[in-house]
Structures are given as structure tokens and as C-alpha cells.
Design a binder for this molecule. Structure first.
Ligand code: FAD
Length: 318
């Protein structure tokens, strides 16, 4: 019995979800009274293994094969690791990469796979929680199997921080390069634009409540008055009113500013996934039942076109 978590990295950096998987794996391994193993595949595996050596990790398996994610390498390595370790639980990131290889691995190993898990209640059988209907309900599933694979949603577990004393072991995998099917040829950087919203201390974030593109300058003025950076919910980006690098949320960026001012944003679960870590959340929304008020520290239930000009004026704007 082992819990095996698979780390994720991109372009030389371990992704935060790797450390969140360590936390989830540590909790599950403790409940099951078993070990936690972490696998890191491709890239600077030795450097990654050192970084992943956090409290509760017993063994880190390094698979030195290629530089970046490759479906064939990941699927092959994880299958071989599972053949060796026979893990009870295989924990994978619910990311683009994780969702690429998780079904292949689970299918090959005949493991039940539950994706986008936000909580795990160990027991017999283990119970996992997912969201349904766009996050309106949470559903608990019993996984009626001794062995199972789960993909875990990012930001649902705190990242493991304390250093550990894991054993680091190189794990050799025999990958037939010719049979891989896909090869990473290189990367082309998408222009990230002028700002990085993940660096901002204060964010003013605009949502569909703004109505029209011609109203965007109003929130730009608010951001200027508050010395803040402008970000947005997804519909604003989908409409082409702001560039993609401004989008907060599940398919945008995860931000943790000191202050997050949500203007005309309903607080859909996919948006909240990207900003719930803000220290102070202020919402301006005319609907008192908007879900954003469930997580807001301060709220102004009113028409943003009434409120925003007053805030700009109060903070010395025009
Ligand atoms: P709405 O939900 O339409 O809310 C607008 C709000 O403005 C309402 O609450 C309304 O009361 C308020 N309002 C209207 N007029 C006024 C006014 N005059 N004054 C004050 N308030 C007003 N969304 C993201 O944001 N980020 C993501 O990364 C993301 N990823 C997604 C991934 C997937 C797979 C899916 C399915 C969806 C994703 N979404 C994402 C979309 C998400 O489900 C919501 O549709 C989106 O967040 C809603 O954006 P909104 O709050 O701006 O708009």
C-alpha cells in the first residue's frame, strides 16, 4: 500500500499544484497508515526532487527522460511505477497535462478514475467530492475499489511547505522513443502583455456587469484611483474587451493580492477558484444574492455605475 502523487512542472518550474498534491497525499497516506511516494518525470528531476522534499514524503522517484511533458513518457513511467509500487491511490493534477495522461494510465491499469476532485474522505470505501452543475452542488462519490486514480483540482489543498527527509531514488523507465507518437519540438511564447496580474497587491476586476466595452474606461479609472491593476472575469476576455493575460480564474490566472475589488462579477466557481486566496475581497454587485457575497469581506449592493464614480472621486480621481 502506497499513495503515489505525480508532480507537474513546466519550462523548468515546478507548478504549485505539485506541492498541493503533496499535502493531499500526506493526509491520505496518514489516514491509510501508509507511505507517500512522489514521482517527478522529465526535466531537472534532481532539482525538482530537492524542492519536493517536503514533510510527509517518504520517497521521491525521479524519472530522467526528456525535458518537458510528453504523454508517452508520463503514461509509460507512471504505469511502470504503479507496477512496482502497487499504489492504493494515484494522485494526479487536474491540469491540461494531468487530464491528458490520467485516462490512459487508469485505463491501462484498470483503475477507476475520478477527475476534478476537491476533497477526499478516506475510509472504506474512500469518498471523494466533486462539484456539479457549475459548482452549485457538491457531490460525494464512494470509490468502490481498493485501488483508484484521482485528479485533484488546483488550490483546494494548501501547498506543503515544511522541509522533509525523503529518500530520493532514480527510477529507470524503458521508453521506446519511436513508439511515443508525440514529440515536443519547442515552445513559442505567447505575448503575456504589459502586466502580470499575479504580481499586483491590489486588483480591480471587472465582470459582465460592466455591460459594454465602452464602459471599460470607467473601471480603468477606478484602478488608477486605487493604484491597482485591472483584471477581469472570463466573459470580458471572451468578448475581446481585455487581453487574456488579465483573466482571473480556473482557465485564467490564480491571484492572491492583498485587496481584490470585484466589480459586476457574480462569483462563479470558476472565477472564485482564481481569487479566493485574496486577503480582502470587496464586491460591487447590484444583486444581493450574487455568490460573490458568500466570500466577500465587504460588499456594496448597488448599481456599479452609481458606486464606481463615487469611489473614484473619494480616492482623488476625476
Ligand atoms: P456574470 O455571471 O454574468 O455576472 C455579472 C454580474 O454582474 C451579476 O452578478 C450581476 O448581478 C452583476 N451586475 C450586472 N449589472 C450590474 C450593475 N449595473 N451594477 C452592479 N452589478 C451588476 N470565468 C472566469 O471568470 N474565469 C475563468 O477562468 C473561467 N473559467 C471557466 C472554465 C470553464 C471550464 C467554464 C465552464 C467556465 C469558466 N468561467 C470562468 C466562466 C464562469 O462560469 C462564469 O460564466 C463567469 O465567471 C461569469 O463572469 P461574470 O461574473 O463576469 O458574469
Amino acid at each position: 500500500m502506497t499513495v503515489l502523487a505525480v508532480a507537474e512542472h513546466r519550462r523548468g518550474d515546478l507548478r504549485d499544484v505539485s506541492f498541493e498534491l503533496v499535502t493531499a497525499g500526506r493526509e491520505l497516506a496518514a489516514d491509510l497508515e501508509t507511505d507517500l511516494a512522489v514521482a517527478v518525470i522529465a526535466g531537472d528531476v534532481e532539482g525538482f526532487a530537492e524542492a519536493l522534499n517536503r514533510e510527509g514524503v517518504d520517497t521521491i522517484y525521479t524519472v530522467a527522460n526528456g525535458e518537458e511533458f510528453n504523454h508517452g513518457v508520463y503514461a509509460g513511467a507512471i504505469k511502470e511505477l504503479c507496477a512496482e509500487l502497487d499504489p492504493t491511490a494515484l494522485l494526479l493534477p487536474n491540469s491540461v497535462n494531468g487530464l491528458d495522461y490520467a485516462p490512459a494510465v487508469a485505463g491501462a491499469l484498470e483503475l477507476p478514475l475520478v477527475t476534478d476532485v476537491i476533497d477526499i474522505e478516506s475510509g472504506e470505501p474512500v469518498e471523494v467530492v466533486r462539484e456539479q452543475y457549475g459548482g452549485k452542488v457538491e457531490t460525494a462519490y464512494e470509490v468502490d475499489s481498493e485501488r483508484y486514480a484521482l485528479t485533484l483540482r488546483a488550490t483546494e489543498w494548501p501547498p506543503a511547505e515544511s522541509p522533509g527527509d525523503a529518500t530520493i531514488e532514480a527510477f529507470d523507465v524503458d521508453v521506446d522513443e519511436d513508439a511515443l507518437g508525440t514529440t515536443v519540438k519547442g515552445f513559442e511564447e505567447v505575448a503575456s502583455g504589459d502586466v502580470d496580474i499575479t504580481d499586483a497587491d491590489v486588483l480591480v476586476s471587472v465582470g459582465r456587469g460592466i455591460g459594454e466595452e465602452e464602459n471599460i474606461p470607467l473601471v480603468e479609472e477606478l484602478a488608477d484611483a486605487l493604484d491597482a491593476t485591472l483584471s477581469s472575469s472570463r466573459p470580458i476576455v471572451d468578448n475581446g474587451w481585455l487581453p487574456q493575460n488579465r483573466q482571473v480564474g480556473q482557465s485564467g490566472k490564480v491571484v492572491t493580492p492583498d485587496v481584490y475589488v470585484a466589480v459586476g462579477i457574480s462569483g462563479a466557481v470558476q472565477h472564485v477558484a482564481g481569487m479566493k486566496g485574496a486577503d480582502t475581497i470587496v464586491a460591487i454587485n447590484s444583486d444581493p444574492n450574487a455568490p460573490i457575497y458568500d466570500i466577500a469581506d465587504y460588499g456594496i449592493v448597488d448599481d456599479l455605475f452609481e458606486v464606481v464614480p463615487q469611489v473614484i472621486e473619494a480616492f482623488g480621481g476625476q
